[in-house]
Ligand binder design. Structure first.
Ligand SMILES: NC(=O)c1ccc[n+]([C@@H]2O[C@H](COP(=O)([O-])OP(=O)(O)OC[C@H]3O[C@@H](n4cnc5c(N)ncnc54)[C@H](OP(=O)(O)O)[C@@H]3O)[C@@H](O)[C@H]2O)c1
Length: 367
């Protein structure tokens, strides 16, 4: 399923475009690190390729250098982000590029972090020709979650809601009801695959008993699963719910400091300062290294996210049924008490049809 416009195809340089495709292979496993891809080119021909596959593993440049072996000497390295210049869990990529004898480096975008940044200067000082791509935007889109976390301290938040044609999220308040059918599940699975963590409210976990896993069209679970997060509140699921017992993905509970939560001993409970509300909860997820977070809210959590302006991208999946006026609305409150909510607007940025459902992606309004 393709839910988002293909910004990578706007990149003119075929080697930088290839580096973006390689970087994408790490999606879902590199957090807290960014996605990075690298291509080594000699005499106009690709002689080595690599991408960063998981945090703690070799960086893209090092993978591409070892793929190219001796052909790296005198080659041009095309990399989606400025090579790092610091000792983190692995040695600096700038040192590896200098030692391998590459003649030129072209990077998609600058590294904004203080620790790892400065690679361009180091390479130039070593006599390597260095330049940035003319338009950094596609490279920023690749890493929008990581960029958001390192610049604001909280993850990029994508919110997904599944509704009927008349905008209802459940047939009755508090009931489990799929508004979007099997094709809606395919879209949800794709959004989860692109995320480091999937968050639900305690009451949704209690009444829906969801698995929150990435599954294929036949229902088989993927090998790599995002972390499942239950936002503890008034209602909480039973200790026997699937999230706490099926062991199919890492699972944790996010609870305000000082509150009681009744969860099995094996489930981690992460605390956030309750007075900071949802923003505090998201900051704690940022501190834990989650770059991209998908939230699948019910009405109450959706209203909080909307009112606190915490939605960076909203994906509405609309199924073809009508649920009627007794069903649960996406936004639960009375018209005249929510003037601020009604004045906030998002703008549609992408739309597609997946099987029998319609998918609209909304971004922050530019006006
Ligand atoms: N169609 C869909 O896409 C979809 C998706 C999910 C759920 N649903 C449906 O929605 C219904 C459940 O909705 P719901 O409104 O009961 O629950 P919900 O919105 O999923 O979850 C509410 C939870 O979020 C917490 N929360 C909300 N605002 C918060 C804030 N500012 N700070 C900290 N915690 C906050 C609440 O804690 P407190 O209780 O302490 O306030 C509560 O635990 C079910 O029928 C479910 O099937 C539909």
């Amino acid at each position: 399923v393709r839910l988002f416009a293909d910004v990578y195809s706007t990149v003119q340089d075929p080697f930088l475009r290839r580096a973006l495709v390689l970087a994408e292979k790490g999606r879902g496993t590199t957090a807290p690190n960014p996605l990075v891809g690298c291509v080594m080119v000699r005499d106009g021909r690709i002689v080595g390729e690599g991408f960063h596959a998981y945090a703690g593993g070799p960086h893209a440049e090092v993978c591409a250098l070892s793929d190219a072996r001796d052909a790296a000497r005198g080659a041009v390295a095309y990399v989606t982000m400025e090579p790092c210049s610091h000792y983190g869990r692995t040695p600096p990529c700038t040192a590896a590029l200098i030692e391998a004898g590459v003649s030129e480096v072209v990077a998609g975008m600058a590294d904004p972090t203080r620790d790892a940044g400065g690679g361009a200067q180091q390479l130039r000082e070593a006599g390597i020709v260095f330049s940035f791509a003319q338009n950094p935007e596609p490279f920023e889109v690749l890493n929008r979650g990581w960029l958001h976390r390192v610049t604001t301290g909280r993850p990029f938040v994508t919110v997904k809601v599944g509704t009927s044609i008349d905008g209802k999220i459940a047939l009755a308040p508090g009931s489990r009801s799929s508004m979007t059918g099997p094709h809606g599940t395919v879209v949800t699975s794709e959004l989860r695959r692109r995320s480091d963590a999937v968050v639900v409210g305690g009451s949704t976990a209690a009444c829906d008993d969801p698995r929150l896993t990435v599954r294929d069209a036949e229902g088989a679970a993927a090998t790599i699963q995002p972390t499942r997060v239950v936002l503890a509140g008034g209602a909480m699921p039973l200790q026997t719910c699937a999230l706490f017992t099926d062991g199919s993905a890492p699972t944790l509970v996010l609870a305000a400091a000082g509150t009681d939560v009744d969860v099995p001993g094996l489930i981690d409970v992460i605390r956030y300062p309750g007075e900071e509300g949802l923003l505090g909860a998201l900051r704690v997820l940022g501190d834990a290294g989650f770059n991209d977070v998908l939230i699948e809210p019910g009405a109450k959590l959706f209203a909080s996210l909307w009112n606190e302006d915490l939605i960076d991208s909203l994906v509405t999946v609309t199924g073809g049924g009508i649920a009627g006026s007794c069903a649960q609305s996406l936004y639960p409150r009375a018209y005249d008490s929510e003037v601020a909510a009604l004045s906030r607007r998002m703008q549609a940025v992408d739309a597609s049809i997946v099987g029998d459902v319609s998918v609209t992606v909304w971004g922050r309004s530019s006006s």
